[in-house]
Design a protein around this ligand. Structure first.
Ligand code: NI
Length: 259
């Protein structure tokens, strides 16, 4: 029997240092894994656009990451719009959001650019892939207030089960990555165990956050199956069941994605 497809909803495969992108993508293709690559700044939107054209099993998001918002401009938005209009494999806006972990000196600008990109996603009628680090309340507040019609995904979810439930109440999806395999990731394991499968998505955020048993080496997109495996173990169901549920969710969100 064929392995079910897995959609890795967040992989920076273009940022791997120890593995050529062709090889990482090929491994995924052999294992029925589809990759969606987020952009993070003005330049990477073009790189992601190119990569989706180069590989069948690669899709992309365009967007500017919270740490890079100082370079965001109207030109960024018009470039993003041009890319979207010309490339059906750009299937969302990301990664966008708020990050209060690294630098809190330009929180207002982060919020302003996040709101602009939410409104842009609404206008384009595309889903949002959201980076939220230590900014839980503000992220949810802004989404409640400004997001009208885009499905939102909390990428690499790191909040509590209570926050996960708050998100799900708003129709927001929860994407889990390698952290769920960490022995001390009690909160994320609790989220993996308790959220309805209908709101689960899988990802790796490679080259960061390498799952067990590869910690200490560079993460790669095919390790998404280890994330599915761990969630399956936590929930006491099969890995295929987790993979199929997450893929079904992803196909519902990204309704232009085909394979
Ligand atoms: Ni990322």
């Amino acid at each position: 029997m064929n392995k079910p497809y897995i959609i890795n909803t967040h992989s920076h495969v273009n940022m791997l240092k120890n593995l050529p992108v062709e090889q990482a993508v090929k491994t995924c293709s052999n294992e029925n894994i589809i990759i969606i690559i987020p952009s993070y700044n003005n330049k990477s939107i073009f790189e992601v656009d190119e990569l989706t054209k180069q590989f069948d099993n690669v899709y992309g998001y365009v967007g500017v990451f919270p740490e890079e918002v100082k370079e965001f401009s109207d030109k960024t938005l018009s470039d993003m719009e041009t890319i979207i209009k010309n490339n059906k494999k750009i299937i969302g806006i990301g990664e966008v959001g708020l990050d209060y972990y690294w630098d809190k000196s330009f929180v207002d600008l982060q919020k302003e650019v996040f709101i602009k990109q939410i409104e842009f996603a609404n206008e384009m009628n595309l889903p949002l892939n959201i980076h939220c680090r230590e900014a839980f309340d503000d992220t949810l507040e802004i989404l409640k207030q400004y997001n009208k019609n885009s499905v939102a995904i909390m990428h690499c979810f790191s909040g509590s089960i209570e926050f996960a439930k708050e998100c799900i109440k708003q129709g927001i999806y929860i994407a889990l990555g390698g952290v769920v395999t960490f022995k001390n990731a009690v909160k994320v394991k609790e989220v993996a165990s308790e959220i309805p499968l209908e709101y689960l998505l899988l990802e790796t955020d490679d080259p960061y956050l390498t799952p067990v048993p590869h910690r200490g080496t560079e993460n790669q997109p095919s390790y998404v199956k280890l994330v599915a495996q761990e969630i399956a173990q936590i929930r006491g169901i099969s890995t295929d069941e987790v993979a199929s549920a997450a893929t079904k969710n992803a196909l519902k969100i990204f309704n232009t994605l085909t394979f």
